[in-house]
Ligand binder design. Sequence first.
Ligand SMILES: [Zn+2]
Length: 261
Amino acid sequence: MNVLILTDLEGISGVSSITDIFETETPGYKNALVRLMADTNTAVRAAFDEGAETVYVVDGHGGGKNFIEGALDPRAVQISVSGNPEVIRNCDAVVAIGMHAMAGTQRAFLDHTQSSKTIHHYRYNGERIGELSQIGVYAGHFDVPCVAVSGDVAACAEARALFGENVAIAVVKEANVRNTAICVDNVTADQRIYDAVAEGIRKRDTVKPLVPTLPLEIAVEYNTTALCDDICRVKPYVERVDGYTVRALKEKIETYYDVLL
Ligand SMILES: [Zn+2]
């Protein structure tokens, strides 16, 4: 049994303010990276305790250079999700650590889909989706379920709505407004993440993979018409729908890029 752990930063325990993510010289940012390693290593430990043979880990936030060198549990294999399309076929379960809700969700800590600076909404076959859907569809296409999710209340609610009641969740914070949240203490967060990952892996057969219907129509509504102009220039395969929106039809899913525009 192999497990793929995907990580993001917004939904990591102890990260309570937008400045903890963007102001890289602050103690809050340094703490965010320490907690990223703590949450990730807790998930790795739970996966091995449940009998995983190989645990793959992706440093998924931003450009993927967040992990503190030498701090990842040495038993885990760090990969990039886009550069290793064969890994997902060998996995039995996906775990998402440090997640946030989709763009447009109220009382969701740092809600966005891919980029809050450029993207207003992402849609799959007409439905608004977020990064949890992107993870779920990528894994689901290869018949792999997303079995456990950690993050704020809104991200965990989105996970339940997408993956069903049997996805195990670890709530580590609740947003009071978009840019700030109240976090549970670190000991509670560790315990919730450990329990959710262990439970999710144990019950992985009860969680349905999010199998997409192909072709997958991906539409993206940008924040400005200029951003939309730029995308049309760099991605000639997209079709302009209106001033703000482009779409593309993905006939097959082979790599993680295929679930993005
Ligand atoms: Zn992120």
